[in-house]
Design a protein around this ligand. Structure first.
Ligand SMILES: [Zn+2]
Ligand SMILES: [Zn+2]
Length: 394
């Protein structure tokens, strides 16, 4: 058995305890104050000097005693703003927040890796930069860490992350090469009309009518203006108009949505079209609209050469038969893509499905379950990939 996996197996009680602590106390966005306090204390206990480089973003360095390159390993820490409905005895005690994307497991695995790396510090030929990132779900965290200089001092030569998946068997590693996950652009279209009594619609301008026409025109945008060979999607996730009255035409409302794709030039063009369609449609009916762009995250690029290397290292941990090349690109997004734009990167999807397949349900569902049996694999894969890559790139 791989020596890091053997050691990680001994650490299981600690990995599980940490994971359950995080699960019980989820925090969202970059307001992870209690989470960060806990992670920091654990890292300091291991002998690390912890640096907070942006709000709720932590970095520690392992190795650095022998000359060599620097590899960054990243785990994200934020939960989702949604209530939990798993029935687990360690369910969220923070109403309206839940670790439904498995970032609680990511933190436990990365803390496990931090411990393994400390125990094997003499073998590290270069430096491992261990990075605990806030705010992945709203695509702000990776960008904030990079802007705060996480890729320098020492300069990072490659970056590596793991995400758990609730649908795949424990210990499988799913990976892609090239563009593997879509870009994400979030928008709010603020529609302005003129409020009035529902009995006299002619005395006002209904923003609902405008909103519905904008909605339909946006669906036509993909159908009529995008080359069918392109992979791209536009979803309006909410339309908020009025306050429940039957006899009031409200004065304004909003459509919230997201666009995903793999072609940056096309996405830029579509952003412009979303604005033209929204404003133009609103004016046709005598109202107005304004498009607010909420976030923009690039498509995830996995460097093919770096991928071949980390796949080889990881296979030693989980077994070659559990390394699964992706069959297709996913339109889901990851803000680790910001790292992928700067340095050779890879993000593995580690299977963490529960044994009973009928209970498996996807990430972001209030009932999602993750198997804690995945934790030692994650800790060992992080460690193995970091140490082996540095050994081969002196
Ligand atoms: Zn997520
Ligand atoms: Zn996630």
């Amino acid at each position: 058995m791989n020596k890091y996996l053997a050691r990680a197996n001994q650490l299981v009680p600690e990995l599980v305890e940490n994971r359950r602590h995080f699960h019980r106390h989820p925090e969202v966005r970059n307001e992870l104050f209690e989470t960060v306090k806990y992670v920091k204390a654990q890292l300091e206990d291991m002998g690390y000097q912890v640096q907070e480089i942006c709000q709720c973003g932590l970095v520690v360095l392992a190795g650095g005693k022998k000359p060599g390159k620097c590899i960054l390993i990243r785990g994200d820490m934020d939960a989702l703003p949604m209530p939990e409905d798993t029935g687990l005895e360690f369910s969220s005690e923070n109403p309206g927040a839940m670790h439904a994307c498995g970032h609680d497991l990511h933190m436990a695995m990365l803390l496990g890796a931090a411990k393994l790396l400390k125990e094997h510090e003499d073998e590290i030929e270069g430096t491992v930069k261990i990075c605990f990132q806030p705010n992945e779900e709203t695509f702000g965290g990776a960008k904030a860490m990079i802007e705060a200089g996480v890729l320098e001092n020492p300069h990072v030569d490659a970056a590596f992350a793991i995400h758990v998946g609730s649908m795949a068997d424990v210990g499988t590693l799913d990976y892609g090469k090239g563009l593997t996950m879509g870009s994400a652009d979030g928008f709010s279209i603020h529609v302005k009309g003129k409020g009035c009594h529902g009995a006299a619609p002619n005395s006002g301008i209904s923003p609902i009518n405008i909103g519905v026409h904008i909605y339909l025109a946006l669906q036509e945008l993909l159908a009529r203006e995008v080359n069918p060979a392109e992979q791209c999607t536009l979803t309006v996730g909410s339309m908020l108009f009025g306050d429940g009255a039957t006899n009031v035409i409200p004065s304004e409302g909003v459509l919230n949505g997201t666009m995903r794709g793999f072609n940056a030039e096309l996405i830029n063009h579509l952003r412009q079209r979303v604005e033209e369609i929204s404003v133009g449609t609103a004016r046709v009916f005598g109202g107005d609209a304004e498009v607010e762009w909420l976030f923009s995250s690039p498509a995830m690029y996995c460097d093919p050469e770096f991928t071949d290397e980390v796949v080889r290292y990881a296979a030693d941990v989980v077994g070659q038969d559990r390394m699964i090349p992706k069959k297709s690109r996913a339109t889901g997004s990851e803000d680790f893509a910001y790292f992928g734009e700067k340095v050779p990167s890879q993000i593995f999807w580690l299977g963490a499905g529960v044994d009973d397949k009928t209970k498996r349900i996807s990430n972001h569902n209030p009932k999602v379950l993750f198997s804690e049996d995945a934790l030692p694999y994650g800790a060992a894969v992080y460690t193995q990939c970091a140490i082996e890559w540095l050994k081969e790139h002196k």
